[in-house]
Ligand binder design. Sequence first.
Ligand code: CP
Ligand code: NVA
Length: 309
Amino acid sequence: MKRDFLAIADCTANELREILSLGARLKRELKSGQRTPLVAGKTLAMIFEKPSLRTRVTFQVGMTQLGGYAVYLTPSDIRLGERESVADIARNLERLVDFIMARTMKHDSLTELAKAASTTPVINGLSDLLHPCQVLSDCFTVLERRGSLENQRIAFLGDGNNMANSWISAAARFGFTFALACPEGYEPEASVVAAARADGADIVVTHDPSEALSDADVAYTDVWASMGQEEEAEERKAVFAPFQLNAAALAQAKNDALVMHCLPAHRGEEVTAEVIDGPASIVFDQAENRLHVQKAILVWLNDQLLRQA
Ligand code: CP
Ligand code: NVA
């Protein structure tokens, strides 16, 4: 059976660590001017139902650096499930390309793509439910800074959204504490929390930012209205205001706490300029590490295919 990368929870802790060490090796090699063509001649179809800067550029550049090629499909090009069914798109693409990466409105579209593309690995480039490439890259960034993940407390202020859900699954695999402070009614996906807790994860869900931030090694935030929730943006501004990551909030974390954000950021909303542009912020390291970690995901998926052959 081919492997996909749809969710952090689909991988074992060992597999995730293997991807992270491969990412570290690829980063070192690139910095020393070496580009090893580990997926030479292979192709990636990139389906986007939502906008993107980082995901698109890192996958496209990553494929080029690995000796492969990426094809960008805009939302208006293929109109997933509208112009053609999701399954038919998958059945076409699996005959034409070696990997599919998709950013979808609904997570179900990703699982449907992965099921119908029976021989081609599918990578989740963000769905309404999860953003595993971002969170795995963020774990890499924390590991780079701190040398280990186990002893970390990651505080997340904001929505129990795709980012929070993937962090919760990552806590179960890497053994760190994840503390989310969100407004009432904006809690993370209950099934994701239950699965992580069943695997022994230390997950705190609170409505009090101070509780989440207390003793935190990382203060993380994300937009209050995710892509697809634009019409709720004004209402959300009022609800989420007490969850802003500002200097007073950051002062409640450890003195050397790192500030993280998946980007794009809205200064003055979920984070103040002072904090995101301040000395504790590592947001552009996070953005860069998307490249190295996603290259590792592609190479790892390719290795899984080769092992079966
Ligand atoms: N963080 C992230 O996924 O960025 P893009 O939406 O620009 O791809
Ligand atoms: N939660 C955000 C993440 C963007 C990278 C969104 O889904 O829009």
